[in-house]
Design a protein around this ligand. Structure first.
Ligand code: HSE
Length: 322
């Protein structure tokens, strides 16, 4: 059986999940974990390092999992890893949304794989599905609930909790970003719908051109009014291909309580794809949290091990590894 030696950059909520899952995978060996000294786990001290360079230079290591979060440092770490000819698997939607073309080009040039299933929809394998569907189908519209934190908050507000209590709980459960502004103001969902749109239509999406409205202005009165009218408020994104351009929106919407999205609660995410000829497809699953997101990461590792790096584009932009 082929073995893969990996290093994990970042030992937070997701990094711990990846380590946990990999411990039970006989052909994936976690040989190093990078983080600051105060985050080292005393039970596995020999695996930990705060020296990323030593990981990149280690020829035994085939693949880097990037779960540091944030933008600049994580981006630099991934670029360095690729230059040292390591495959990279990331959950970093900000880096993928802003720099996908750069990463595809650099990984092609270095003949390694860059995979990012975990960047959208947590445990929902939406990127792999879009990639596979495109072989036969045209995608005409993508709609989604693509942020676990805000869906959790809205669900709890409809159950009677106030906004701040619900946010605290989402943070405690590890759904929210370190700075929850990206969740609450919609930047996180905007990045995710940009990634899916880019993949569906092979078009680089400039996220600065997407207008988004967050959920911070939703009040208890709005929730009560929606309830009284058999409605629900959901924070949703939509992306539609119209002729040669793509229209994207990210905003809270008042929906009839019979809408499919009313079944999508707490940290669950959902994606509806309108396609031809397959018609409508719906996906639902946990969009945030340690193990679902880590599962998406480990699936990418397995795809790379088995030469099925499906996560990048069409033939034109696709790269083959190994
Ligand atoms: N903060 C994100 C969310 C994490 O709540 O959906 C998963 O991308």
């Amino acid at each position: 059986m082929k073995q893969m030696n990996i290093a994990i950059l970042g030992y937070g909520v997701i990094g711990k999940g990846v380590f946990e899952i990999c411990k039970n995978m006989p052909n994936i060996n976690v040989v190093k974990i990078f983080d600051r000294k105060e985050k080292f786990d005393n039970n596995y001290l020999d695996l930990f390092t705060d020296n990323a360079e030593s990981i990149f230079k280690d020829k035994k290591i085939d693949l880097i999992v990037e779960v540091l979060g944030g933008y600049e440092f994580a981006r630099d770490m991934m670029l360095q890893a690729i230059k040292y000819r390591k495959h990279v698997v990331t959950a970093n939607k900000e880096v993928v949304a802003k720099d996908i073309d750069l990463f595809v080009n650099v990984s092609r040039a270095n003949e390694v794989c860059f995979a990012y299933e975990a960047s959208v929809g947590g445990g929902i394998p939406i990127i792999k599905n879009i990639k596979q569907l495109k072989a036969v189908n045209t995608i005409t519209k993508i709609s989604g609930i693509l942020n676990g934190t805000t869906n959790f908050i809205l669900t709890k507000m409809f159950e009677g909790l106030d906004f701040n209590e619900a946010l605290k709980e989402a943070q405690r459960l590890g759904f929210a970003e370190a700075d929850p502004t990206a969740d609450l103001e919609g930047y996180d969902m905007m990045r995710k719908i940009a990634i899916l749109s880019d993949l569906a239509w092979n078009t680089f999406i400039n996220i600065n051109e997407i207008k988004q409205t967050g959920i911070t202005k939703i009040t208890k009165e709005d929730v009560d009014a929606a309830k009284a009218n058999n409605k629900v408020i959901k924070f949703v994104c939509e992306s539609v291909k119209v002729d040669d351009h793509i229209e994207i929106s990210v905003e809270p919407k008042v929906l009839d309580n019979t809408h499919f999205f009313n079944n999508v609660n707490n940290e669950f995410n959902a994606v509806i794809l309108e396609t031809y000829p397959n018609d409508t497809l719906t996906f639902i699953g946990k969009g945030a949290g340690s193990l679902p997101t880590a599962s998406a990461i480990v699936l990418d590792i397995v795809d790379i091990m088995e030469n099925r790096c499906l996560v990048c584009y069409d033939n034109e932009r696709k790269y083959k590894i190994n």
